[in-house]
Design a protein around this ligand. Structure first.
Ligand code: SF4
Length: 401
């Protein structure tokens, strides 16, 4: 542990794990799987001199294959899975609320940003039953890889190494949380940032520009447009709405894009018509904005059914592990446009229509929020308001409820 101060975003625990990843890649005993977060493909090209907003999804997959990863998979697959679980949880809470169950907590808050999760654990311990219990896409991916996929390959989970490429420094902290490991073996072994991946590609003398566009491997490389938009503010809740609307109304969406949820303002709200039910949605990026929404909830004044919170300006496209943008908002806007372009490029744009997600439930998980899904894909939160942390991870003194 290096961090001797409480650091809500985990930034002080940033460690470069590139050496460990290289050792895993050169160890013939290990099967090494990689996942890439949605925002990475919209920014990695900048490290190689390309214009902001250039999508490099295919070249990124090719580069990872050249680096020696055995399976080049996609966090987007797990983002679709997150929507299945979080969308179902939203509908479950909403239905119980509408039926007069006073024990149910609304709004539901998205829980895929670890910096924001840590913020609520430190600052609002009375609200820990408000965020969705769904794990983040990074951690859902790790749990599915180390269980379902390891079983499919007939490989011991300790010989399967999961590496994440993230736009985010706090994801390094998240992967090390005690609850995301089995007998000391973490679901996600190593996290490299977008910048660290670019260094690794350069170190390996791979000429990024001349790489062909390649596809992700299957099954955990298949994703929909809904999962891609996780990379920008408003995207997680838009993806959730696309699925929750169809499950709730049992009708196809008239239009898949929700312009009213998009934008760059730090605090936004919109009302979506769920077949006669007005669903009130709040969106915040930046923790100062998040605090305002949380104070409303704590005071019992929140009017929202669902809220998306992301710590970084613009969401993950502006994450601390991305190429430096030096506060230039036009760079963030171009990355955001690239994310929406990738969504439009996808033949399938709703998470519940991802055929491999369907297969995963059929073969392995049962249905969303089943016992098995709960065990693998959901988590809980800890009161850290009085915890003085040595290393930024949950310590023995944490209140494990
Ligand atoms: Fe990480 Fe920032 Fe995205 Fe949160 S918003 S998951 S801190 S990159």
């Amino acid at each position: 542990g290096q961090c001797v101060a409480v650091c809500p975003v985990g930034a002080l625990t940033e460690r470069d794990q590139t050496g460990a990843v290289i050792r895993a890649l050169s160890n013939p005993d290990k099967t090494v799987v990689v996942q890439t977060a949605p925002a990475v493909r919209a920014a990695l090209g900048e490290e190689f001199g390309q214009e902001a907003g250039t999508l490099v999804t295919g070249k990124m997959a090719a580069a990872l294959r050249r680096l020696g990863f055995d399976y080049v998979f996609d966090t987007d697959f797990a983002a679709d899975l997150t929507i299945m679980e979080e969308g179902t949880e939203l509908l479950d809470r909403l239905t119980r609320h509408l039926n007069g169950d006073s024990t149910v907590k609304l709004p539901i808050l998205t829980s895929c940003c670890p910096a924001w999760v840590k913020f609520i654990e430190h600052n609002f311990p009375s609200l820990l039953d408000v965020p969705s219990s769904a794990k983040s896409p990074q951690q859902m991916f790790g749990a599915v890889a180390k269980n379902y996929f390891a079983e499919k390959l007939n490989v011991d989970r300790k010989k399967l190494v999961v590496v994440s490429i993230m736009p985010c420094v706090a994801k390094k902290y998240e992967r090390g949380r005690d609850e995301f490991a089995v007998d000391g073996n973490s679901d996600v072994d190593f996290v490299l940032t977008t910048r660290e991946l670019s260094h690794l590609i350069k170190l390996a003398n791979i000429d990024f520009h001349t790489l062909p566009d390649e596809e992700f491997d299957q099954p955990m490389g298949m994703s929909t447009g809904a999962s891609v938009i996780f990379g920008t503010t408003g995207g997680v809740i838009e993806a959730a709405v696309r699925t929750a609307y169809e499950l709730y109304t049992k009708k196809p969406l008239p239009k898949v894009e929700f312009e009213e949820l998009r934008g760059m303002e730090g605090l936004r709200h919109a009302t979506i018509d769920f077949g006669g039910l007005p669903l009130h949605i709040g969106i915040a990026h930046g923790l100062g904005n998040a605090r305002k929404l949380l104070e409303e909830i704590a005071a019992g004044r929140s009017q929202f059914h669902a809220i998306e919170i992301m710590s970084c300006p613009g969401g993950c496209i502006g994450g601390g592990g991305q190429p430096f943008h030096h506060g230039k908002s036009d760079i963030l806007k171009k990355r955001q446009q690239a994310i929406y372009q990738e969504d439009r490029n996808k033949p399938i744009r709703k998470s519940h229509e991802n055929p491999f997600i369907y297969q995963l439930y059929e073969e392995y998980l049962g249905e969303p929020m089943s016992e098995k899904a709960h065990h693998l894909l959901h988590t809980k939160y800890f009161d850290r308001s009085t915890v003085f942390e040595q290393d930024g991870n949950a310590s023995e003194t944490d209140d494990k409820k």
